[in-house]
Design a protein around this ligand. Sequence first.
Ligand code: NAI
Length: 793
Amino acid sequence: MTNTSVAEKFRCMEYGAAPEDPANSLRWLDEHRRRFGHYIGGKWKPPGQRRYFETADPSTGEKIADIAKGSAADVNAAVRAARAALPRWQALAPHARARFLYALARQVQKHSRFLAVLETLDNGKPIRESRDIDIPLVARHFYHHAGWAQLLEREFAGHCACGVVGQIIPWNFPLLMVAWKVAPALAAGNTVVLKPAEFTPLTALAFAELCEEVSLPPGVVNVVTGDGTTGAALVAHPDVDKIAFTGSTEVGRAIRRATADSHKKLSLELGGKSPFVVFEDADLDSAVEGLVDGIWLNQGQVCCAGSRLLMHESIAASLVKKLQARMSALRVGAPLDKNTDVGAIVARVQLERIAGLVRQGVAEGASCWQPDVALPTKGFYYPPTLFTNVHPASVVAQTEIFGPVLAAMTFRTPAEAVELANNTAYGLAASVWSESINVALHVAAQVKAGVVWVNSTNLFDAACGFGGYRQSGFGREGGREGMREYLEPIWLRKASLLRAAPGSQRRPPRADPALIDRTVKLYIGGKQVRPDSGYSFECRNVKGVLLGQAPLGNRKDIRNAVEAARRAQQWSTATAHQRAQVLYYAAENLTQRSAEVAAHLATVVGRKQAADEVRLGIERLFAYAAWADKYEGTVHSPPFRNISVAMNEAIGTVGVICPAQTPLLGFLSLVLPLVAAGNCVIAVPSAAYPLVAGDLYQVFDTSDVPGGVINIVTGHPSELVEVLAEHDDVDALWCYGEESLCAHAKRLSAGNLKQVWTNEGRRLNFFSALQGEGRWYLDHAFQVKNIWVPYGE
Ligand code: NAI
């Protein structure tokens, strides 16, 4: 008998293999003869062109099954099936739809082991993750949305479903992404055509069978498999009303462009390069465990992975030491083994991409450390990797690697931490570690990201919206805000299209520079300024009467206005009460000048409309003063030891192209919700009557609106929209105009992927409070940030 101590025994204790039995899932594959068609109209259909592709097991590289490759004709068949199913699905009572979603949740739970194994076989993620994270969240999503289906008519009164929804999902959380997409779409009364990722189609196909098992009406959910060309065909299909996409930023851009000329509603959940910020007072052992979840969950193939470690300089050395010790203990290997921490990378191409980026990191001079772990000889594996000595501008600090690679940097002050955290084109998530609640929340509020986890990471729940800022996309999934992505106000659907207003699209004639300066100026940074071009244009009413001269704003003027707006960003931190006071003051000042403003306006829109615009304009100022401190966030109670505080945050700097037809009321209806929300605005006033600018800035000037919060640049909308769309420091663009102008705005914003909200060329009735004011506008004026905070027992 050897005389080893207990401590010694613990140290040398080895895990035995603990493989999960895949027999059930393999049997299912065999029952399908390892060949799958599309699921269209409730039936399995072979691909029109009889073309298949292979899906493989990443842990061995071996083929699992043949999968139908969807052609445009297959997509068309699926869209037609979804369209045909729509009336019957929508005619069901909300309770009946709720029962279907509930049944799906139950069915997922009943088949949870089968689904978890199938997911792991197809994706390579450790069974512990698919079993304990993915599949329970899938069920939770259907339960939660069964609830929204039940409450739809009361909670979303006056709204209708978008119609047929095209949903394109990635390979990192295959079934979870099905749930994130399908559950809210069905709850809202849409029908769906789903395109799973080519690497991981199997669980989506198994889900189609669950739809059959619960007798979901045929055509409500259709699954068309294939690659990017299949996805592109779905995006391009004219009879699809909305596209919901999760995947790479590059494809997100292509989809933004491809949908610009249509009325398709769009939500994009794209990439990330999320910061994981550790302060000197953090519990370092917890932070290390957080990192294991943050960057090695799913081999780092997670859009919100904490891939940039930002450490306070004073604890950097000890944190790195602890981290390296923990990395050495991570078990990399067979995904079906219940003891595996890090499984296989989804495909060879992804493995090569990761390896290539790591090589670039080394070439750039960062120090690369990997634990001494033996990788399986077959399959696609990559060791946990840590870069230190990373330059913030380097490739490994800026590019989404989508692999088990962590890039570490240091900071000295909270301000520097925030600066580094925000030094990215993305804005999906962040994790902040500090024992000081003040520091953690102070930093969380300043990080530009849709989700911030305090002393935690990678927590998700169906009730808490998830989605990005900046190039991480727009729209949210989960919760009330996720439901909004699949609904539209009924009145909007019924609104007619604007007819091309004569002259509004034409370049205004240039006036003789000698004649200028009789009337209004640009309003930038709280000052009246001349246009950079030195030109003005004549403003005439429909009878051709010359009313005055408006400055012809250009690219330089917009740039100046953007700079002024960015300097005024403290408006977003003014209290809601302060913002309300300013709006009330503006209402008072407009009231005092109402006769004069109405008289000016009457020369263009007639006395009756002018009087109505002024009266309702004052009312609208009151309305947004009222809203300023009433459109508040929510506290979610997810089923964890956390609360999630959903904050409504200002978006930042927003460009607004105002409607031509209602020069005063249209301007106020669009600009005020943004200003009430704490945004700074660059507004291009009515093309029909840009002279309204003069009356407006006189009101704002006398109402304590801080300089730069509202900037007004007159000129030709189709030229100025281009500058606003392409300007990287304009965070969102609201464009009201004819169809072609709206399409232009969407197309031009594809480069920087800013949020663009348009009237889709429709005529909105700003004289109606229902259409012209309220939550519909505020929903677009804010973006939701969920801050998760540990709480409770
Ligand atoms: P991807 O963006 O190409 O694929 C995502 C989905 O979009 C798949 O279903 C694909 O078939 C489809 N798709 C591809 N091109 C399309 C097009 N033109 N129109 C419509 N649908 C299209 O992502 P991929 O190639 O699988 O991965 C490449 C990189 O993207 C990864 O290395 C990673 O950095 C990033 N990525 C990010 C994800 C995220 O959740 N943020 C998810 C997957 C990938």
